[in-house]
Design a protein around this ligand. Structure first.
Ligand code: MG
Length: 260
């Protein structure tokens, strides 16, 4: 069921968006060569506790998960792109890092993800990150009253296809509200002009993610971490966006913190 939020409810979601933005900006700033993924998870946990927020991940146990997630942050490194379970690993020079974080504040959820490289970056990794960022920007620009879900999907796909990337539609965007995952599903590929009409009050997480040379994923023995089937690296850009009569509001915008 698709739920629409009143302007007052969208305002009430702003603290969650701001908190998620602050956590990702802080973690991104502090993540260096040598940083351990378990440290990043603990840091996020501390920020959750200090803010009186709640993790959306720690008890998360969907049908595809082997057991509850048990951590508050997803850390997907290099050929891992989604649902990376933090483990005892110190980042190495040139690692491509994706941090995905969702939390609720005052009972409202926000969800966001960012990819970046620590240390010396490969040009192809920076290009892939740029592509997911541009796809997210295109998705947000399309998230306006009068368009349809398929217009967002098509906008994302156009950016990927221009770079010759293939797209996996198993995991994509979703409604966000009192819980992390609601309707509608927002696939990262689709037909313009099709699907649910975008109405004022719809709040969705938009999340293009792409791999260099495949659209196939394999699951790690940890039961969570999703990696590319061919070992190529991935990037993921996600924001929680409210559709309003005045245009999209990016609730998890980090730009006020000086971080893109
Ligand atoms: Mg997310």
């Amino acid at each position: 069921m698709i739920e629409l939020r009143t302007p007052a409810e969208i305002d009430a979601m702003r603290p969650a968006g701001r908190f998620v933005a602050e956590v990702l900006a802080t973690l991104r700033d502090e993540t260096k060569v040598g940083t351990n993924l378990l440290h990043l998870d603990r840091r996020a946990h501390d920020m959750i506790r200090a803010a009186g927020a709640e993790s959306c991940y720690i008890d998360y146990h969907p049908s595809f998960g082997a057991s509850p997630f048990g951590k508050v942050l997803c850390t997907s490194i290099n050929d891992a792109v989604l649902h990376g379970l933090p483990h005892d690993y110190a980042l190495r020079d040139g690692d491509l890092v994706t941090l995905d974080f969702a939390a609720s504040v005052d009972g409202w959820v926000a969800d966001s993800a960012v990819s970046f490289v620590v240390g010396t970056a490969r040009d192809e990794d920076l290009a892939l990150i740029d592509t997911t960022q541009r796809a997210l920007a295109a998705a947000i620009e399309t998230a306006t009253v009068g368009k349809k879900i398929g217009d967002i999907s098509a906008a994302i796909a156009a950016v990927a296809h221009a770079e010759g990337l293939s797209i996996n539609t198993d995991f994509g965007g979703h409604g966000v509200g009192r819980t992390m995952h609601g309707d509608p599903h927002v696939a990262n590929d689709g037909k313009a002009g099709r699907g649910y009409p975008l109405r004022a009050g719809l709040v969705v997480a938009l999340e293009p993610w792409f791999l260099h040379t495949t659209d196939e994923l394999v699951t790690d023995p940890d039961g969570w971490t999703l990696r590319s089937a061919d070992g190529s690296r991935g990037s993921h850009s996600e924001h929680t966006v409210a559709i309003t009569p005045d245009g999209p509001i990016v609730l998890t915008d980090r730009s006020f913190l000086g971080v893109d």
